[in-house]
Design a protein around this ligand. Structure first.
Ligand code: XMP
Length: 529
């Protein structure tokens, strides 16, 4: 996905790097994330028109902290590329340009008032920002000036406009910072002098062209459809590029929602003009997952079994077509890529490419087996979920697909805590179905980003009729979100929760208690595993 105006985000390990990228895109600029310690050559290859440094958990003065290429600032000066450093990014700028960063007496975490003093990209009056840092700038580099302070007089922003370098100690990308978007907009428009130019029509055109170039004129491609937005949009895009040389498969791994396989196949037939074959591989998947409790292991097993199933499907197809299948389409999204392999943190071996904070191995990124025989086509690899929905609209994918809540590839496997058994799947499917049906009934489904039930392998005491019960617990989860990167629990009316709880306890054998999850992301994640 190329653009003649790339805004580069250099990632130094902040969990908010993706948010910076999103904000820049929301403002209409194509943005790419690179690891902060990328070589200058790699950075130059993107021909960036502006560069942002993310925050990060390390301290710039530690020898093992992620550092910029030593020639970076010479290049930046020569090309006069505007740079905005956020938190660790500010400190990195100070450190590299001759200033001094030291450990602060106490960590600063949370809301803080900013008092601007003639800053070029901040509002002129005080506002609240969000901070998270343990180091502070003791000396600023030559040519820089302090352009905002905190109420206690601590340095908050610095700039050297001649050099086009600006540093912010707070995070403009998080919603807790007032005017955060405006500050980023001011940097891109005023400091960098850019005009927004990135739209979904350009994504469609460039992706179709890229797929045509990647896949030869005679090559056939397979695609696994999950019934969700991502794979459907990815397949539609590839179909637009190569027509009926695309062959889709829907794998029933036995951990789908209630009646999901039948429903999805009916949707594909009626609403999409894509030929799809359904493979029931549930027995194989469940056999491989017997006695497995560890969430990462579950994901890896499922990832591998998916690939084995695709291989069988492609072998059958190869016999029929009399030619090799080289490509597999996946609906991998940008957050999957970033969350599965974030930037290095202090103390990591950068050469080995090993990064410490892998939040989860998403099955389609972290879980691919070593002997993987396909080349991947991942047309959504640069997009966030809401951007995929926009692209789907652009491609006339029916609303019924675009409106569906996201469903993770490993399915109910990551919603059954502990071991997965056929009985547990049945219980969860029923409870989940009641919850989702109730959301539709109450007109709440489209107000929620994602909702589901979770099976907890604990038993709690209850009383039913005249007897004591000792049944399982089901947790309900419903969140609002823009992209799955951050999320808030949905504030249901208590009458709705009471109704759903009643229905589940009365209609699902083996469930004696229903609880509602009131955790946001962060600190929790959306899924329970
Ligand atoms: P978390 O739980 O990381 O979820 O907050 C964010 C979004 O990603 C989905 N998710 C997955 N999707 N394979 C997928 O295809 C996975 O392994 C996976 N894990 C989480 C999750 O449902 C939510 O929409």
């Amino acid at each position: 996905m190329k653009s003649d105006q790339t805004v580069l985000i250099l990632d130094f390990g902040s969990q908010y790097t993706q948010l910076i990228t999103r904000r820049v895109r929301e403002l209409g600029y194509y943005s790419v994330v690179l690891s902060g310690d990328s070589s200058l050559e790699k950075i130059q290859n993107h021909h960036p028109v502006a560069i942002l440094f993310s925050g990060g958990p390390a301290s710039v003065y530690e020898s093992s902290s992620p550092q910029l290429d030593s020639d970076f600032f010479a290049y930046q000066k020569e090309k006069n590329i505007p740079v905005l450093g956020v938190c660790y990014g500010l400190q990195l700028m100070v450190h590299h340009l001759g200033g001094k960063v030291v450990g602060a007496d106490h960590r600063e975490y949370g809301r803080m008032k900013v008092i601007p003093q003639g800053a070029s990209i901040l509002p002129s009056t005080p506002f609240y920002s969000w901070m998270s840092h343990g180091d502070e700038t003791k000396e600023i580099p030559k040519g820089f000036q302090v352009t905002a302070k905190s109420e206690s007089g601590a340095l908050v922003t610095i700039e050297n406009l001649e050099r086009k370098c600006i540093g912010l100690q707070f995070h403009p990308e998080v919603t807790h910072t007032e005017h955060g978007i405006l500050i980023l907009k001011n940097f891109l428009e005023n400091t960098a002098g850019l005009k927004p130019s990135w739209k979904m029509t350009s994504v469609r055109e460039s992706q179709v062209k890229e797929i045509k170039e990647q896949v030869g004129p005679e090559d056939h491609v397979i695609c696994a459809l999950s019934g969700g937005v991502d794979s459907t949009v990815a397949a539609t895009l590839v179909h637009e590029a190569i027509g009926n040389r695309l062959h889709c498969v829907f794998v029933d791994h036995g951990m789908l929602r209630y009646e999901e396989a039948n429903r999805v196949m009916a949707l594909f037939e009626k609403e999409l003009k894509l030929p799809v074959e359904c493979i029931d591989a549930s027995e194989t998947f469940l056999n491989h997952l017997k006695n497995v409790e560890d969430p990462e292991q579950k994901r890896k097993i499922i990832g591998e079994q998916f690939i084995r199933t695709f291989e069988k499907f492609s072998e059958k197809l190869e016999k029929k077509l009399g030619k090799k299948i080289k490509y597999l389409v996946q609906g991998t999204l940008y957050p999957d890529v970033i969350e599965s392999n974030p930037a290095p943190h202090a103390g990591e071996d950068k050469k080995s490419g090993h990064h410490a904070v892998t939040i989860k191995s998403h099955h389609n990124v972290g879980g691919l087996p070593k002997d993987f025989k396909f080349k991947l086509i991942e047309p959504l690899r640069d997009l966030f979920k809401d951007e995929v929905r926009l692209l789907g609209k652009e491609l006339s994918v029916p609303e019924s697909f675009l409106e569906r809540h996201p469903f993770p590839g490993p399915g109910l496997a990551v919603r059954i805590m502990g071991e997965i058994t056929a009985d547990r799947i049945k219980v969860l499917q029923k409870a989940d179905e009641i919850f989702i049906k109730s959301l539709h009934e109450y007109g709440l489904y489209s107000k929620i980003w994602q909702a589901f039930a979770v099976f907890l392998p604990v038993r709690s005491v209850g009383v039913q009729g005249d007897g004591r019960t000792h049944d399982h617990v089901v947790a309900l989860r419903a969140v609002t979100s823009h992209d799955g990167m951050t999320a808030d629990w949905y504030p249901f009316e208590s009458s709705f929760l009471a109704d759903v709880s009643n229905r589940i306890c009365n209609q699902v054998n083996g469930v004696g208690r229903v609880v509602y999850d009131v955790s946001s992301k962060p600190p929790a994640t959306i899924e329970w595993e």
